[in-house]
Design a protein around this ligand. Sequence first.
Ligand SMILES: Nc1nc2c(c(=O)[nH]1)N[C@H]1C(S)=C(S)[C@@H](COP(=O)(O)O)O[C@H]1N2
Ligand SMILES: [Mo]
Length: 327
Amino acid sequence: MLIGKSSDIPSSAITPQDQYLNRRRFLRGAVSGVVAAGAGALGAERLAEVFEPRIGALAGTKLETVKSPLTTTGEDLTSLNDLTHYNNFYEFGVQKNEPAENAGALPTRPWTVRVDGKVKSPKTFDIEALLKLRPLEDRVYRHRCVEAWSMVIPWVGYSLSEFINQCEPLSTAKYVQFLSYYDKKVEKWGSETSISWPYSEGLRMDEAMHPLALLTFGLYGEVLPNQNGAPVRIVAPWKYGFKSAKSIVAVRFVDKMPPTTWNDQAPREYGFYSNVNPSVDHPRWSQKTERRIGLPFYAQRKTTLLFNGYGEQVASLYNGMDLKRNF
Ligand SMILES: Nc1nc2c(c(=O)[nH]1)N[C@H]1C(S)=C(S)[C@@H](COP(=O)(O)O)O[C@H]1N2
Ligand SMILES: [Mo]
């Protein structure tokens, strides 16, 4: 049973990612709600028109952005409706439509990000200061979930490295850990899972310093909707989506590989690196292809690309590493 405290759930009942979803659907008897409307419109709608007012007080606020040299072009963007109604954000429910319904409760102001661990001195950054730290760029990235679906998303942010430089990490910092907001009164759906909160993710220092890794504040030129990880999240586009922690409140520089949520849930299925790799299957499904959300069914199936297509930029980070072992 998924209903109950996490301590009530035997480890044999741990059902990561797709299984949570399928079991809950089964229990409830039907797929409810708004999944993948497939309108195909390329985001002409503004957030303010898509959302009920209660969904994120700031959603719909325009962000001033500049063009980015690091944007990916050529593929159609996933519609705003799809990328805000087909989400993984287990704190707000395990079904894809639930974050859009429930994440309005997330209090995105005031908001601070605590920086500690192997740094010159611990600091706390206010979200308003983070928004002004660097010019915000529009960056279109492919987004590949470990569950073998994908999207193309126009994010807004700046390179995570710009922020990390402000954190003044020590040379002993080898990894950086990101911790998401968690309040069990606000995110009561979280306690229906066996996950030990808060959501934790991490990158090796050189990965985090790679210019493609994005500290993300918006999408489609506007403030992030709550269900997409407002007010600030990580995006690492060459990795499976779960590496990109949402709604982060703490950044910790550490000397050892930090514990991460999905690796902790099922270490055989979700590795620390989790680079997108079509030749390393998930134990329960193939990673060779993916389903592009929002396309007509006959056009959905896409070949998955090594490093999600960002190999030219990031492959050198993994020189000499066995990517099958370090999945
Ligand atoms: N805090 C938190 N961050 C999270 C998740 C989550 O459940 N909680 N889900 C991850 C997964 S599995 C994916 S695929 C992406 C989804 O991001 P999106 O909803 O903006 O597409 O967020 C990631 N970050
Ligand atoms: Mo995911």
